[in-house]
Design a protein around this ligand. Structure first.
Ligand SMILES: *Cc1c(COP(=O)(O)O)cnc(C)c1O
Length: 355
C-alpha cells in the first residue's frame, strides 16, 4: 500500500528455483503439485501461482472453495480443495473444474460420479480423512474411481520420528485391501518434509507447500531451500532514552544506560507476533537490533545502540525483518512459533513487490 512503512518483496526466481529443486528430488513419473492455500502461504497467489506455473507446476491445492475460485482466475490447471465437498456445492466444483478432496462418508455419497475427486485417507492425524477401516466399504460401493488416493503426514519434519513410516505402512495396507482398480489409482503422500525423507514415499504426486516459500523442510540440517520473502520496515523515529527510563506499554523494559532507540512501523497487526516482545530482533547491516519492550499493534522499538562498523541508521532507513540475515525459521523461533505461521500472517497492509 502507498507509503506503507513495511515492504514485502517476493523473489519469484527463488520460488521457481525451489519448485524445480523439489521436482529434481522426485522421479520422472512423479508430479510436483503446488500447495497454495491461504493465499499462497501469505505470499499472494497473484504472484505465486503464475510463477509456479511458469516453473512447471501443473496441479494446485488450496484449502477452501473460495481460494480455488481465486486461483482459477490465474491458471487453467487442475485445482483441488483439501477442505472437502460441502453440501450443495457439487455443481460449483464441476462448473469451475475444481476437484474436491473427499474426507468423509457423506462427501463420498454426495459426490456425483462425473465430478473427479480425490480420496483422503487419515493414517494417524485423526483430523480429516476417511479412517482406514471404512475405506473398503466405500470402495466396494463407489460410483466412480477417484483420480488420486492421498494421505498426510503428522511429523515428517521430525527426522527422529518413525511415525511417517508407520503411516505409509497403514496407507499401503489399506490400499492393498481394496478392489484391484483402487490399487492402480495414483497416490500422493508427501508434504514438503516428506519429500526429503524417503523416495519410496514420492509415488505419483508430491504436495509441497512451505518449502516452496523458503522455509526449511529438514530442520535437523541446513536449509536446502532458497529464501523467497524479504521484509523490511521503515524507521519512523530515532531517540536517545536515558538510563532508568522504560520503553513501551506497561514499562516492561527498563534501560540500564542511555540508549539509542529506533521505532519502526511494524506491529502485531502486521503479523509480527506480540510474543516477540523483548526477545526477537530486526537487522541492520547484518547486525541484530533487539526489540525493546512490548510489540505494539503498529510499532516496535529496537535497540540500535551497539552497532559496529556500519552507518548509524537514520529516520527513513529500513531494518530487515526477513531476508539474508533473518530467515523465516529463525524469526519463527524467536516468536515462539513455526515458519508456517510467520509467513501466513504476513502483513496485508504492507507494500508488496515481486521481482
Ligand atoms: C498444507 C498441506 C500440505 C503442504 O504441507 P507443507 O508442510 O507446507 O509442505 C500438503 N498436504 C496437505 C493435506 C496439507 O494440508
Amino acid at each position: 500500500m502507498k507509503h506503507s512503512p513495511t515492504r514485502i518483496i517476493i523473489n519469484t526466481s527463488a520460488l521457481q528455483g525451489n519448485y524445480k529443486f523439489l521436482t529434481s528430488k522426485v522421479g520422472q513419473t512423479c508430479q510436483t503439485a503446488a500447495v497454495v492455500k491461504a493465499n499462497g502461504y501469505g505470499l499472494g497467489v497473484d504472484v505465486v501461482v503464475p510463477a509456479l506455473e511458469q516453473a512447471g507446476a501443473k496441479f494446485f491445492y488450496v484449502a477452501h472453495f473460495a481460494e480455488a475460485l481465486t486461483v482459477r482466475q490465474l491458471t487453467s490447471a487442475p485445482i483441488a480443495v483439501l477442505g472437502g465437498l460441502p453440501r450443495g456445492a457439487a455443481d460449483d466444483y464441476k462448473n469451475n473444474r475444481i476437484v474436491p478432496v473427499l474426507n468423509t462418508a457423506e462427501e463420498i455419497t454426495n459426490c456425483p460420479a462425473d465430478l473427479p475427486a480425490i480420496w483422503h485417507i487419515d493414517t494417524g492425524m485423526n483430523r480429516l480423512g476417511l479412517s482406514v477401516n471404512e475405506v473398503s466399504t466405500f470402495a466396494s460401493q463407489a460410483k466412480s474411481l477417484p483420480i488420486l488416493m492421498m494421505t498426510h503426514f503428522t511429523s515428517s519434519d521430525d527426522a527422529q520420528s518413525s511415525h511417517a513410516a508407520e503411516q505409509v505402512r497403514k496407507f499401503n495396507d489399506c490400499i492393498a485391501g481394496l478392489p484391484k482398480p483402487f490399487q492402480l489409482i495414483p497416490q500422493s503422500i508427501c508434504n514438503s518434509s516428506g519429500i526429503f525423507r524417503n523416495e519410496n514415499w514420492h509415488r505419483a504426486q508430491t504436495r509441497p507447500g512451505v518449502a516452496l516459500y523458503g522455509a526449511n523442510p529438514t530442520p535437523e540440517t541446513k536449509n536446502p531451500m532458497s529464501p523467497v520473502v524479504t521484509m523490511e520496515t521503515r524507521i519512523l523515529q530515532i531517540r536517545t532514552a536515558r538510563a532508568g527510563e522504560t520503553v513501551g506499554y506497561n514499562q516492561t523494559e527498563t534501560l540500564e544506560k542511555d540508549t539509542l532507540l529506533a521505532t519502526v512501523g511494524l506491529g502485531y497487526a502486521d503479523g509480527f507476533l506480540r510474543s516477540g516482545s523483548s526477545r526477537a530482533k530486526l537487522y541492520w547491516h547484518g547486525q541484530p537490533c533487539k526489540i525493546m519492550g512490548r510489540v505494539s499493534m503498529d510499532l516496535i522499538v529496537v535497540d540500535i545502540n551497539n552497532l559496529k562498523n556500519c552507518p548509524t541508521p537514520k529516520q527513513g532507513d529500513h531494518l530487515e525483518v526477513l531476508g539474508n540475515h533473518q530467515s523465516v525459521d529463525q524469526l519463527a523461533k524467536d516468536l515462539g512459533t513455526i515458519s508456517y505461521e510467520v509467513i501466513t500472517s504476513l502483513s496485508q497492509r504492507a507494500e508488496r513487490l515481486a521481482r
